[in-house]
Design a protein around this ligand. Sequence first.
Ligand code: COA
Length: 158
Amino acid sequence: MKLIAIYPGSFDPITNGHVDILNRALRLFDKIIVLVADNPAKKPTFSVEERKAMIWESLEDNPKVEVDSTTGLTVHYAEKVGAHALIRGLRAATDFEYEFQMNSANQFINANIESVFFMAKHDFMFISSSTIKEMVIGGVDVSSLVPGPVLKRLKTLK
Ligand code: COA
């Protein structure tokens, strides 16, 4: 049986923190679908298509990875594609409460789909998509925090 996982998030944009979690999760799963949440209420900086393109370009054609988006519930998407697990990263204790609540909701929807949590690497503990965008606008060099294709697009924000 092929083990399939979904890695959901806003990815506005994808960062090296996300890429690190994905690469570590790829050691455990046969296929991972990076799922961009299409939630206009979050007023994203980049469109869904731009976010998907940046993910693709950053992953360099890994045959074990797919990139998709959904406007619906993550668990419903997971059911549709026959996924077994959801992947989430934890950066700090503050992430825990939110993840605990979301995991409970997801388990209520379908208790057969487990969430698997990866602790962020020390170097990426402080990163979020918003802090990176703020730093770029403030003129900070973020080249060690995001993949090259993301850096290129972030420069257009200045
Ligand atoms: N490295 C760096 N940054 C990380 C990170 C990591 N490993 N993990 C999370 N982050 C950052 C993100 O960049 C994002 O930063 P921002 O707030 O500055 O934009 C922030 O942490 C939140 O991360 P993200 O993982 O994108 O979560 P989210 O809250 O944007 O997305 C969904 C959560 C999309 C997975 C969730 O809301 C969802 O599944 N939605 C669909 C509806 C649904 O099924 N709801 C649940 C049941 S009702």
